[in-house]
Design a protein around this ligand. Sequence first.
Ligand SMILES: NC(=O)c1ccc[n+]([C@@H]2O[C@H](COP(=O)([O-])OP(=O)(O)OC[C@H]3O[C@@H](n4cnc5c(N)ncnc54)[C@H](OP(=O)(O)O)[C@@H]3O)[C@@H](O)[C@H]2O)c1
Length: 294
Amino acid sequence: MTNINASAPETAPANVPYITLNDGNRIPQIGLGVLRIDDDGVVPVVESALAAGYRHIDGAAGYNNEAGVGRALAATGYNAGEQRKSLWLTTKLKDSEQGYDSARRAFDRQLGLLQVDYVDMYMLHWPTPFNWRSGETWKAFDEFRAEGRVKTLGVCNFLPEHLERLHKETGEWPAINQIELHPTWQQRDVVAYCKEHGIAVEAYSPMARGADLNAGDGTIARIAAAHGVTEAQVILRWHIENGTIIIPKSVHADRQKQNLDLFGFALTPDEHAAIDALDGPTRAGHDPLTFTYA
Ligand SMILES: NC(=O)c1ccc[n+]([C@@H]2O[C@H](COP(=O)([O-])OP(=O)(O)OC[C@H]3O[C@@H](n4cnc5c(N)ncnc54)[C@H](OP(=O)(O)O)[C@@H]3O)[C@@H](O)[C@H]2O)c1
């Protein structure tokens, strides 16, 4: 198979491209998500991902496994020195810890659990518009960045009205908005707003937690068969071609490798359009207007 990315000037391992953000930092387009893996279980999962070539880990305080991620980074040497510099590490603040003082305490704790001096990205996990404290919390985030303990500031689950409100209060657009995004839930209005304001889009649940592997009455399976790849690779390749950052989760080493191996084939325009046409009205996760992940 031809490697269509061979001429890219600089990539992370496994030919994963970097996406340049509005703050100038560069994030590997594929990361490993670690939601719903317990604190002991996450250690071998992160280790196998690093061995496979992942250089981007997407975690959160709310996943209750930061200590395990930290143990994996320490055991593999990715928590310091040159190896640390090669890794993009994201974590998120719990909704219950939003607010200036509580965010400062939470962040210190999180760096300790992760056993690192800095994280590459710190994110607001949910906008909680019914208890809005994002502007106040951002003041602490801004300080972490000035202190050199965070490189990039991001948000998750923000709708345009929340991005607008944050911008009004802080004068800043976040570098990334991490949102639920997969073939059957494409959130085109949110994506368009982000693009217009220079905010990179990061897809969580990029395969709808696995449900989209069977989407479109066999559409994904037919495209997969045509290329000799898996359904997961077809969906993830579609995201890559859209320029979206993705953070698929798998606890299995073989699937982790598969989810990274997306640069030896390309969708035809018709195949890409067939996946575009799978957009639908049903999310797999929660509604940002009402949900809080305490
Ligand atoms: N910011 C937020 O509010 C938010 C919300 C949800 C998720 N996230 C982030 O996004 C990450 C990914 O989302 P997600 O875990 O919800 O869903 P996902 O990545 O769309 O799907 C994960 C599911 O697909 C399976 N899978 C993975 N690779 C596969 C493959 N190659 N073939 C077949 N099945 C495969 C996994 O099973 P196995 O593990 O058994 O392989 C798991 O059941 C999370 O881990 C988290 O980091 C963020």
